[in-house]
Design a protein around this ligand. Sequence first.
Ligand code: FE
Ligand code: CA
Length: 535
Amino acid sequence: MDEHRRIFLATASRLSALSAAALSSASGNVLAQNRVAARESGNAYPFSLGVASGSPLPDAVIIWTRILHDPLNAAAMPAIAFSVRWEMAEDDNFRRIVAKGTASAAPELAHSVHVDVTGLQPDRWYWYRFMLGDAISPAGRTRTAPTAGSMPKQLKLAVASCQHWEFGTYAAHRHITAAAPDLVAFLGDYIYEWGPYQLQHPQSAVRSSESFTLADYRARYAQYKSDRDLQAAHHAAPWIVTWDDHEVANDYADDRDERLNPRFIERRAAAYQAFYEHMPLRALPANFAHMRIYQRYDWGRLARFHVLDDRQYRAHLACEPAQRGGSTSVLLRACPALRDKSRTMLGKEQEQWLAQGLSSSQARWNILAQQTLMAQNSQLPIIKEGDGRFWTDGWDGYPAARQHLMDTLHTSRASNPLVLSGDVHSFFASELTRNPARPRSASNPVVANEFCGTSITSPSRPQTRTEQYLRMNPAIKYGRSDKRGYMLLTITPTDTTAHFMALADVHNTASPITRAASFVIKPVSGLTIAHKLSS
Ligand code: FE
Ligand code: CA
């Protein structure tokens, strides 16, 4: 049994114990216990979760760490703030320091540290590290974005999502590290709120090791971030991140979870806080319950990233199963809510922000980095209008909102829209037409392409089922659900190449990786996907 599996086994029971403790604890005693435990582990290495960086601008980048001696025992940390030193250098030996300072690691934020390092040069690589007492963190490599008016020759982008701990190793992150990308985009399900799947009805009380409290969510992040391959991918490049449902709860929509918990918004606030505490995000939100994470990032005039949040502001799911919330698959004709034009996916404010960001964009590529599959994916053949059966949790559950987005893309005249997605644990390459419910034609042109990345670990349906979907949904040019891995994109002024990188064996940390398929988009010849399958 390797290191990863041991951590899982230890943690499953510890997390259950944590939940139970959190439910019944009187916190006075906990504080006293913490102090004792902290003395006992006083000399332990404080950077057990590594470091990270992200949210890059031409002159600034966020660097992150969390002071934690034992990833599986946050309760042993003293309830005091630490003063952590940090350095940013032009070289990996830290001889040419360009910025340094101290930052507070406060117990109220799980001893996390976020430093907005400003005054940096554009389009440059840097190295950073933290120090506490005699301990020095691993060095992270990061970089700034190119300057606003410039046209960079290329951007190498790794895209990842869905890393359920119990379903495999993080071998894909080892390959992301080896690919040395300029930037990593993580599109959600960084953690899963529960442990090993237990096929209980969602109404039943608690799934195995499910997270409810702030302490639970923090413990999950610590467990995931204890993985050396995940740490290495953070040490290799800056990340831009969004979330999906499992950072909080399965299939949630705005203030509603699948159990219809009337106090779900409190659980969501705890989960959002833990997300902030563990991600290289720029600003400390005033209110975690309504934390805004949608953001824009420019890579000179080569690419503009519109990083979206399609969870926090969406309308409740359509045609929920009786007696509970959550997703289902429904016939279009049996679910009137799917035709309700008022049902939003992004919310009015974010829609307006996106429209403004698209119409003002000078970028060659406009990249929508978001969580869920946008291409229509009917589970039954569509013979005539009104046919089709759709899963309600993705964009197929919000067809009016998707139509509004396609209209916005079209009228904004933004160059080369490219949608990146996750969530469905499958590779998909698709053409998004002006009206995604109708086939491509002269009057229904392609307005964007979509690359959906498979999961780092999380499982999906058999490939035979995906082959059926491909036959029923001609706008989806390629689909592969039986492989885990990530996407590697090379974006240049003249084309974008996407490699779908597939692991041989997700259960083997040393697994090799190969290209399952590659695609090229050339803006000059229109928005078609040139499909070249490679072995
Ligand atoms: Fe997932
Ligand atoms: Ca998801």
